[in-house]
Design a protein around this ligand. Sequence first.
Ligand SMILES: *Cc1c(COP(=O)(O)O)cnc(C)c1O
Length: 367
Amino acid sequence: MLNRGVIERYRAYMPVTPTTRIITLNEGSTPLIPAYNLAKAIHPRLDIYLKYEGLNPTGSFKDRGMTMAITKAVEDGFEGVICASTGNTSASAAAYAARAGIKCIVIIPEGKIALGKLSQAMIHGARVVQIKGNFDNALQLVRSIASRHAIALVNSVNPFRIEGQKSGAFEIVDDLEGYAPDCHALPVGNAGNISAYWKGYKEYFAAGKAKNRPKMLGFQAAGSAPIVLGRPVDDPQTFATAIRIGNPASWKTAVEARDESGGVIGMVTDHQIRDAYKMLASIEGVFAEPASAASIAGLIKLAANGYFDTMKPIVGDRIRVTCVLTGHGLKDPDSAIKAAEETVTVEPTEEAVLEAIGLEASVSALV
Ligand SMILES: *Cc1c(COP(=O)(O)O)cnc(C)c1O
């Protein structure tokens, strides 16, 4: 089936009419990859599936919401959009605005944006303004500007973003042939995505398309964990810049998702995120950006605390967990290079290369 993007794929669930001009880059329909090696390493009863959102057109799940937000901005007659961003929202907004032929303005925290994301916003022609402040300051600014100017706000406080993003839940249930997973794990930053996934699972369940609803397992970075701590964090810190947010806009709906689903919102340290980030890439061959690995780090922590030991799965005797890998690893090559083993440089001789790779010069053939 030709992929025509998430609005066409799930048109009955999206706020569009037959005459709506749909702005799409054929986002969505991303793979759900079984992670056998991770499952084996984490808990004997888990089946883990990775929803690899890095394979969206701009490399993150933000495209699911942006197709809907830009489609509605154009339908409502806006000639420009604005957003605050930790990086991926700006990359996505810039691309979809370019596609639609409208202006895009992005406000980002200076020096805290992964290089890949910044390059995207720039090459798509957005007006990029860095502020000497954090994401929370940037969001406050764009909310105020959008309320007084004819420019559409496309952060996840825009309800159309959530409508588009809920398509991720529909795809998972479709791939699992009418079942939601037992648990759904994802990183939590501004908390739009956990709210969107829960909305999607509920809608599919109500429509009779899913036989069950998952427990929602959200994870914040320990230095940016306002929901876990129960209060805003003034100076949020974490190397997982996509979730470096101290006062999430969708705080209330995230807590509802947790409580209605019987799930958990927990926190993981940067050390745990970094380990999970490396593990995912090195034992599973899947490269996601640091924030995405918070979901894996969270699973490891819950498994170690016995969370899954007595859980009853909806089918069979294995617990199915989906993990949203929210963004592609190539977004943030600096973090990968810092986390990985160093490369070596040697003289261009066979002797030197053999020594560097740990083979002896006297061995005649690799077998
Ligand atoms: C935006 C983003 C998040 C956080 O999603 P929220 O909806 O803000 O909670 C996590 N990971 C990546 C890669 C992101 O781009």
